[in-house]
Design a protein around this ligand. Structure first.
Ligand SMILES: Cc1cc2nc3c(=O)[nH]c(=O)nc-3n(C[C@H](O)[C@H](O)[C@H](O)COP(=O)(O)O)c2cc1C
Length: 417
């Protein structure tokens, strides 16, 4: 069997050392890898390592005699191009059509018949910079596969987004992209037929006092990713999100919430006034709100304008919140609305997962439940495994947010159009 040929473009980031592990994995899995490295990339890893791993000389100089046409030949040779790590500089340059070295010129000679994947790695500010965000959008619209980034501690010591996606996940993306026949790509929907979709995202925060809140670990990354996928497919998305949740990169209507009550009110009002075809309820809604606070001898109401003294013991009583999922159909202007629910469990026992999902399906009657268990989630690498359940059907396992996005995009395109 012939090996798939990967053109592996490396640009100048500390994450180059992680890219070496990915090259090694590709070679071990019988891929043929040709590395093209920018001058900056070679400041981080040496020619010897890259040639040693791939068995091929590294290409880095467009003017090298004997390989003078590599900026075209390598594009035609490859089955897939991966830029890993991709710097902000590289992304911004190619989005403008700049081709001033071999790595950028290879994008200009790319003919969009084969996958071109980009795995960004950079400081959060560089990643969220409006110029970089606009370049990413532009490249996505051209059909370039921009992989997610992970969150966590960055090389500069700051914490945030922009970390290179785990090499195992990039490997998985390469395999998926190579398997995907061009004919099965989901086609964008015409703007005039755009159906409205409401996505809730991020976690509620119940104020205890002026500075303290009762909240959860939700970041809104999944909701933001799903919003981006659905916007790109042509859906008209409203993103109802926690104040500090990750936002989609594509433009859409955004509404914020903070507390459970806030979210409940916004959700009801949006459902009553808009004709949503579907709701993706991905927000992590607190099961409890604060009933009362016992601070020493005093019983207090939660008050966002007052700070509780830390001098005495504090006991907080919680009250159960109603399930917002159960209200969606009642408040919706569209009685045929499709509901996608999320259920998280914290047990290793698969029988218990199914029990919890069945409970959601029978009580709240969503059309689809996306389930994940804490044991299959890694907050550092962003690796989440999802299981999609529909009533009366076997569940499907989805190994990344990207797969979840593809699955939901396909599902909603089928049921709504
Ligand atoms: C120590 C160090 C680490 C860097 N890490 C990154 C990075 O992770 N991402 C990035 O976009 N730029 C990073 N840079 C800046 C790029 O290396 C710089 O913009 C360079 O011009 C990129 O060139 P290239 O895109 O042609 O490889 C780093 C620079 C230094 C000195």
């Amino acid at each position: 069997m012939s090996k798939s040929k990967i053109l592996f473009i490396m640009t100048g980031s500390i994450a180059c050392y992680k890219a070496c592990a990915l090259i090694s994995k590709l070679v071990q899995n019988r891929f043929e890898v040709q590395v093209v490295a920018t001058k900056s990339a070679l400041q981080f890893v040496g020619n010897a390592t890259l040639e040693g791993l791939t068995g091929k000389p590294v290409v880095s100089d467009m003017w090298e005699r004997g390989t003078i046409m590599d900026h075209i030949h390598l594009s035609r040779w490859a089955d897939l191009v991966l830029v890993c790590p991709a710097t902000a500089n590289y992304i911004n340059k190619i989005s403008q059509g700049v081709g001033d070295d071999i790595a950028t010129t290879l994008f200009l000679s790319h003919q969009f018949e084969k996958p071109f994947l980009i795995a960004p790695a950079m400081n959060t500010a560089m990643y969220l910079h409006p110029v970089t965000a606009a370049s990413i959008q532009k490249l996505k619209a051209l059909g370039v596969g921009i992989l997610e980034t992970a969150s966590g501690v960055l090389a500069c010591g700051e914490v945030g987004y922009g970390k290179l996606l785990d090499p195992e996940l990039i490997f998985h993306e390469i395999e998926t992209a190579l398997k995907r026949p061009a004919s099965t790509q989901t086609q964008p929907i015409r703007k005039s037929e755009a159906k409205k979709i409401l996505i809730t995202s991020g976690g509620t925060a119940e104020p205890i006092d002026q500075v303290r809140v009762l909240s959860n670990k939700s970041t809104g990354t999944t909701g933001a990713h799903l919003a981006d996928v659905l916007i790109e497919l042509g859906f008209d998305v409203t993103y109802l999100h926690a104040k500090n949740a990750v936002r989609p990169q594509n433009s859409c209507e955004k509404v914020t919430f903070e507390t459970f009550l806030d979210l409940e009110r916004q959700l009801q009002s949006l459902l009553k006034t808009n004709d949503y075809a579907a709701v993706i309820h991905a927000a992590a809604v607190s099961d409890f709100s604060i009933l009362s606070i016992q601070a020493g001898d005093e019983t207090l109401e939660p008050n966002p304008d007052q700070k509780i003294s830390s001098e005495s013991e504090v006991t907080i009583r919680l009250k159960r919140n109603p399930k917002l999922l159960d209200q969606i159909r009642d408040f919706s202007k569209n009685s045929a609305i499709k509901i996608v629910a999320f259920k998280m469990t914290a047990t290793h026992q698969k029988a218990k997962w199914q029990e919890a999902v069945n409970k959601v399906l029978s009580r709240s009657k969503p059309d689809l439940v996306i389930h994940n268990d804490m044991s299959e989630m890694n907050w550092d690498t962003g690796l989440h495994i999802f299981h999609a359940h529909q009533s009366g059907q076997d569940s499907i396992t989805l190994n990344s947010k990207t797969e979840l996005g593809q699955y939901l995009g396909q599902y909603l395109s089928e049921v709504l159009i």
